[in-house]
Design a protein around this ligand. Structure first.
Ligand code: COA
Length: 372
């Protein structure tokens, strides 16, 4: 296949030339490239010297490779690679100096149309290392479906990483005026999960909310081995430090995926005193869970922390509603929920409750106006 130039709403997608390479080197020096791309780095030596020639050979093998230009300036790259007959995989990069103004999505639309119409693809595949919310958003915005997580599915310079996988079938492309359902919620959440987790002040004396960290694990294990926590929550029975380590790893993975936010309660000495978690569900909805360590109980911290994290959910995660549930008889949890503004709606019989099977549970909900 000979190189083909594409025009994409103000962008020109052209074959690579030597004149592009100094700016391509600047793109490849960006920290996001090291974090989310799998290519060998640093980008020097023969990989760089032979780049233009290699890209030309890819075209010859039916694998298009474009430099993306805007007003003659390099602003990114786009590629299609045959993965098996009928399927091509798309990859894209936007230069740090051109992000957030639709370069990726304009390029993706042109390249996907080229793949379906000119290369005979019946499916365009997409993947991204879990946590690459900007790539995921550009894919969703243009009509890709994220189909799941391939665990350890990509080798990044010798390390296995989980990756999101997805794809598009012919007819699936979305135009600039046709965002997917709930796009505004997805975009707010992508912005939140891309940034460092903010520390939250609560208004309760001595209490701050921050990310869970390794130095909390001893206290976390003690708190979860507490008799009440064991009775009323789904934490593993006979809780040990290994369980605490697994929980920290899981909560970090869920934050990278953008499916949950965990906050540790920290006292004036920064000692761990409990945790609050929002687990995201349907778009605009989340369930809250919380526990306070025995040594931090009785100070109103659970209520203050639940209110603050729920407010974060409404303001920063575009939630419309937060759900709560507790095993029937867990009076302390119910009091916290009601003081925080939740309305207890009733009893749901036989809800799944960890290893205990099914137990009757109180359920309740909180809407933004309930926070007052
Ligand atoms: C992923 C990447 C290509 C996106 O490039 P981009 O040109 O900034 O993307 P777009 O401007 O087309 O963004 C698409 C949408 O996502 C939004 N978006 C992009 N980055 C975002 C972020 N960090 N947080 C929230 N929203 C973001 C854009 O505002 C846009 O939304 P809109 O249509 O409502 O305006 C770019 O971040 C990048 O080069 N990352 C490093 C390389 C990489 O990860 N490539 C993909 C490998 S799979």
């Amino acid at each position: 296949m000979e190189p083909v130039t594409l025009h994409a709403d103000g962008l020109r997608l052209v074959a690579w030339e030597q004149r592009h390479l100094p700016d391509l080197a600047r793109i490849y020096a960006d920290p996001l490239i090291e974090r989310f791309l799998v290519m060998p780095l640093p980008w020097t030596g023969s990989a760089r010297d032979r780049y233009v020639e290699t890209q030309r050979r890819h075209w010859g093998g039916g694998n298009p490779r474009w430099a993306v230009e805007e007003d003659g300036v390099l602003v990114g790259s786009m590629a299609l690679t045959k993965s098996f007959p009928g399927e091509m995989t798309i990859t894209y990069v936007t230069a740090p100096w051109a992000r957030g103004r639709g370069v990726a999505q304009r390029g993706i639309r042109a390249v996907v149309a080229f793949g379906f119409e000119r290369c005979g693809a019946r499916r365009i595949a997409w993947d991204a290392i879990v946590g690459n919310h900007a790539s995921r958003l550009a894919a969703l915005r243009t009509g890709f479906t994220v189909e799941g997580v391939s665990r350890g599915g990509v080798n990044q310079r010798g390390t296995s990483r989980d990756c999101w996988i997805g794809g598009m079938l012919p007819g699936g492309l979305r135009g600039p005026d046709d965002p997917p359902p709930h796009y505004a919620v997805l975009k707010r959440q992508a912005a939140f999960f891309t940034a460092p987790q903010p520390v939250l002040e609560t208004g309760a004396a001595g209490l701050r909310l921050r990310a869970l960290r390794e130095s909390d694990l001893g206290d976390l294990a003690k708190a979860c081995a507490d008799e009440r926590t064991q009775r009323f929550t789904t934490v593993p029975r006979g809780y040990t430090r290994a369980d605490a380590e697994a929980w920290l790893a899981l909560s970090r993975a869920r934050r990278a995926e953008g499916t949950a936010v965990l906050y540790a309660l920290a006292d004036e000495h920064d000692r761990y005193g409990g945790s609050v978690q929002l687990s995201l569900g349907e778009p605009g909805e989340a369930e809250i869970g919380y526990q306070v360590a025995p040594w931090a109980r009785g100070r109103g911290w659970a209520t203050a922390a639940v209110r603050r994290v729920a407010r974060l959910g409404f303001e920063d995660l575009a939630l419309e509603k937060v759900d709560w549930r507790a095993v029937v008889g867990n009076e302390a949890s119910r009091r916290v929920a009601e003081k925080a503004g939740f309305t207890v709606e009733g009893v749901r019989r036989g809800l799944r409750h960890g290893e205990d099977g099914r137990v009757d549970s109180w359920i309740g909900s909180l809407f933004p106006e309930d926070l007052g």
